[in-house]
Design a protein. Sequence first.
Length: 254
Amino acid sequence: MENDTPFPSIEIFEVLTSTLDSIHQAAAEGAPEWTTHIAREQTRGRGQQARPWWSPSGAGLWMSTLLRPSTSRKTWGGIALVAGTATRSALESLGVKDVELRWPNDLYVDSRKLGGILAESRSLSTGAWISLGIGINIDLESGELRKEAPGDLSDTIICLREAGPPSESEPEIIALSILEELRRLYRRFQRGEALAELLGESLRLDGRKVSVERSGEAALLGTATGLGKNGELLVTDEEGNSHEIVTAGVSWDV
C-alpha cells in the first residue's frame, strides 16, 4: 500500500468480545491488510499474557488492525514496539506530550498507564498474519467510569483527557492518525530496516534498573542495556550475566 492509498473503511462495532478476535476471524476469511475494527466496548479485551484489558463503553479507543508482513516471522516480535512508536507520534501530533513507550508494549504518562499494544500472530495454509491491538484510554473522568475500574486499576491508569487534553478525542480520528504514522514505519519495517532505527528516541532503555517477572521463576533484577534485533530486551543481572528477554512483565526504575 502506497502512502496515498486509502485504508479500507474502518468497521465500527458497538460491542465485541475483543477486536483482536474479530480481526483474526476477518483475516482467516481473506480480509485485506489494514482492515481495522473499532469497538465502543470490549467485554473480554486482553493485554499481554492474556491479562484482562478493561475497555468500557465510550471510554477509549479499542481497535485492532490486520497486518500481513512479508518479512520472516522471526522479525515480527518487534512490531508491537513499532506500533507503539507510531501511536506515541500520533498522540504527540494531537497535543499529548511526554508519552513514554515502555518495553514491551505499554504507553505511560506521568508513570501511569495510558494504553498498550498487543500483536498476536496466527497462520493458516493460505498465509500468516498479525492482529495488532491498540488500546488507549480517552476519557475516564466523565460520569462514574473511574470508580468502576476493577481492583486498584484506577490509581495506575491515566486518560487522554487528563494527559492532554488532545485536540481530537473521537476514536475513529485518533485511529486514523495512528494508522498513518504506522504505515510510514511499517513500510520501513518491511524493507528490513533495523528496529533501533525505526524506534528512534521513542524507547529509552539503557541504564534503567528493571525487575523482570518470568513465569515460574524468581524475578530477574538487573539493568537494561538495549534492544535485540527482533525486539528482545537485553538485561545484565546483578552478577554481570546477560539475558535476552522475549516476553515478560517488567517493572521499570526499581
